[in-house]
Ligand binder design. Structure first.
Ligand SMILES: [Ca+2]
Ligand SMILES: [Ca+2]
Length: 274
């Protein structure tokens, strides 16, 4: 009887653990933006059946002003790779953040990482934050930007990351009605008022994983969100896909239920046959 009681008591807990593991590992992507804000737009290119995750540095979120100042701009970068990326030592060159106006045909530099600075590392699975200090009110410090310059971005612009010496594009995004060569296929939606645009982590925004979706179609890869979520190199690193421990926990939970079931059933049969 003792084993039957143990079996009956432990099974619900194990089942609950299994369900939790299932939801954690394979649950649908959240429809909420950062800080619980609702996603503004979830529509993009259709017919996409394979999720394409970047294996290189990407632009993960853009804000063009907030309720206080139109100059409160930031560009957040995400590193989906397993190794840190040094922005001032990239493919034998360095990285440069540039912008283009709506129909602009040339780049305007926002930030160059040519000089070796201390804070130029994007951690593995981590973030990095540029912000504008042109409002001259210390806002860039309040959001803990890794680096700031006086550059600004606004409606219908596009921004890109270039390898300076080759000028090759690493990644770029244009929004609203941007129609220049930095736009990847179609522009992302315009950021909602006082909101931002954020790169998806898969087919949507799931803040358990990094913002790594990159089909090279800005209209599909980005969503508008009401509550911006600027992340810097000190922010919690997020893997682009579920990591092994989550799947391992799920497998262990499954095995544990199997063992308890088989063992409990055998003991129950033994007790009942006595
Ligand atoms: Ca891209
Ligand atoms: Ca973010």
């Amino acid at each position: 009887m003792r084993y039957r009681r143990i079996f009956l008591i432990t099974t619900p807990f194990l089942v609950a653990a299994l369900i939790t593991g299932l939801v954690w590992s394979f649950g649908p992507n959240s429809d909420e933006g950062s800080s619980g804000a609702d996603i503004v737009s979830a529509e993009g290119a259709d017919g996409l059946s394979v999720v394409t995750l970047a294996d290189h540095l990407v632009i993960s979120e853009v804000q063009i002003g907030d309720a206080v100042s139109a100059k409160h701009d930031f560009v957040e970068l995400y590193n989906p790779t397993d190794y840190p990326i040094d922005l001032s030592d990239y493919e034998d060159s360095y990285v440069k953040l540039v912008k283009r106006t709506k129909s602009g045909t040339s780049d305007t530099s926002i930030k160059s990482w040519k000089s070796k600075e201390e804070d130029n590392i994007v951690p593995a699975h981590g973030y990095y934050l540029w912000a504008s200090n042109s409002a001259d009110d210390g806002w860039e410090l309040s959001i803990d930007a890794n680096v700031f310059t006086s550059g600004t971005i606004t409606d219908n612009n596009a921004v890109g990351l270039r390898v300076k010496e080759s000028s090759n594009l690493i990644d770029s995004v244009g929004w609203g009605e941007a129609a220049n060569s930095l736009v990847e296929k179609m522009p992302a939606p315009a950021p909602p008022e006082n909101g931002s645009i954020e790169r998806k982590s898969g087919d949507g925004i799931d803040h358990a994983y990094g913002n790594a979706l990159d089909t090279d179609d800005n209209s599909w890869d980005f969503l508008g969100q009401y509550m911006p979520n600027p992340q810097n190199s000190e922010s919690l690193p997020l893997a682009p896909v579920p990591e092994l421990p989550t799947l391992a926990l799920f497998a262990i939970g499954l095995c544990a239920i199997g063992i308890v079931y088989v063992y409990g059933r055998r003991r129950l049969t033994t007790v009942m046959s006595i």
